[in-house]
Design a binder for this molecule. Structure first.
Ligand SMILES: Nc1nc2c(ncn2[C@@H]2O[C@H](COP(=O)(O)OP(=O)(O)OP(=O)(O)O)[C@@H](O)[C@H]2O)c(=O)[nH]1
Ligand SMILES: C=C(OP(=O)(O)O)C(=O)O
Length: 215
């Protein structure tokens, strides 16, 4: 199945509004360090996009965002950006981004994977090429970090319990030894685990600036 090249869609709502469960690390949720909170959310996104861009199976990365700082950062990493439309939440935004790629092989990737390795993503996409629809569950097994569609519409069902929702929608669970791909960072404990796997450079550089270090 090697040889298929994928267009990846990465969602990013406004940095200040995202990742509220990480607020204990930065104070961002209480408003005292909103700059640092946005920087942490942006670092997670930047490391995710950089790893995706470095993956040989990835032809293009499209970030769906209205956040100008996020857009500038991911463009500098070689991603395209599209507007956060139709302004009806995560799944419509992903469907919009997938259509904007114009690609037959398209995948949605979580924006919070700072320990993602290009080789893991390549292996998961290689497995995905064998099925019309596939997904990789997050480390907890209940969420989704990668949803793939080959020759069919993306049909995203991200949100609480999305692994079950994607199975119900006909996607095949893809399994492999992909710890960085599965380690999404929603909580301080998740960031500690990602640190153990090895963070990308943007998140690693930010850790020492956190008032309440995760690691
Ligand atoms: N472009 C876009 N991205 C979204 C939208 N809603 C959520 N996202 C992104 O999808 C991912 C998951 O978002 P959510 O589950 O809403 O929450 P979160 O920001 O991860 O974190 P919490 O606030 O801690 O629940 C994050 O990367 C968000 O930036 C949306 O309407 N548009
Ligand atoms: C949206 C999801 O994840 P999270 O809210 O954990 O980022 C998901 O797993 O479908």
């Amino acid at each position: 199945m090697g040889g298929v090249r994928w267009s990846l869609v990465v969602p990013a709502k406004r940095l200040g509004a995202a990742k509220t469960r990480l607020a204990p690390l930065t104070g961002g949720g209480r408003g005292d360090r909103p700059d640092l909170h946005a920087s942490l959310v942006l670092a997670l996104l930047a490391d995710t996009v950089a790893a995706a861009r470095a993956c040989p199976a990835v032809a293009a990365v499209v970030v769906v965002t209205d956040d100008e700082r996020a857009a500038a950062t991911v463009r500098a990493l070689g991603a395209r950006t599209v507007a956060d439309e139709p302004d009806r939440g995560l799944n419509p935004a992903l469907a919009h981004g997938a259509r904007a790629t114009g690609a037959a092989a398209v995948a949605a990737l979580s924006s919070d994977l700072p320990a993602l390795r290009p080789a893991e993503l390549a292996a998961a996409l290689d497995a995905a090429a064998a099925v019309p629809r596939g997904f990789v569950a997050d480390a907890a097994g209940t969420g989704t970090t990668l949803l793939t569609a080959s020759g069919v519409p993306l049909d995203p069902h991200f949100g609480s319990g999305s692994a079950a929702a994607h199975t119900a929608a006909g996607a095949l669970a893809l399994t492999g030894d992909w710890p960085g791909l599965r380690r999404d960072v929603d909580t301080p404990a998740d960031l500690r685990e990602a640190t153990g796997l090895g963070l990308g450079p943007a998140t690693a550089a930010l850790l020492p600036r956190l008032p309440r270090p995760a690691a």
